[in-house]
Design a protein around this ligand. Structure first.
Ligand code: SME
Length: 159
């Protein structure tokens, strides 16, 4: 596909509908995991106009910063720490409407107000990475994001 996104929709649901096939086209012919994670970050950041989008990869019992788009971020997160470490520990998606209300939230940027973190599992259901998306508005994420981001993550080939 042409390396350019086209999003005309205005509602979140419609934007995801337009973005999804474009991300699918971007990653379908590429087998390199990091290349695909990097393009997914860029597509989500600019397609959905988000504040921060990134992946943390599980390495030696820590989450280590991977491909991302947005301001610089903390590089390592321990299991159970912050929203990312909690989503990893519990192996479940976490949506936080107000990061100030989440005990132990790791504030990489004071501008971050809400977030969604979705674990990525290997075939044994072990968490190998998390997708972390931050908004500079409160309550930036809901079930629509969880559903579409889940579909997008299904496109990633885990070699
Ligand atoms: N918000 C995360 C830390 C990572 S930054 O937001 C990029 C957390 O508390 O897990």
């Amino acid at each position: 596909m042409a390396e350019e996104l086209k999003i005309n929709a205005t509602t979140k649901e419609e934007k995801y509908k337009e973005l999804y096939p474009q991300i699918k086209a971007l990653v379908s012919d590429e087998t390199d995991l990091i290349a695909n994670l990097a393009n997914i970050c860029a597509a989500l950041k600019f397609g959905m106009n988000l504040f921060w989008v990134g992946f943390y990869l599980v390495k030696n019992e820590e989450l280590v910063l991977g491909p991302f788009q947005g301001p610089v971020a903390c590089t390592r997160i321990k299991k159970g720490k912050g929203v990312c470490g909690t989503a990893w520990q519990q192996n479940k998606t976490i949506i936080v409407d107000d990061v100030n209300e989440f005990p132990g939230h790791i504030a990489c940027s004071m501008l971050s107000k809400s977030e969604i973190v979705i674990p990525i599992n290997d075939t044994n259901n072990a968490v190998i990475a998390v997708l972390d998306i931050d908004s500079d508005e409160y309550s930036g994420f809901d079930k629509t994001d969880e559903e579409w981001l889940g579909k997008i993550l299904q496109l990633i080939k885990l070699n």
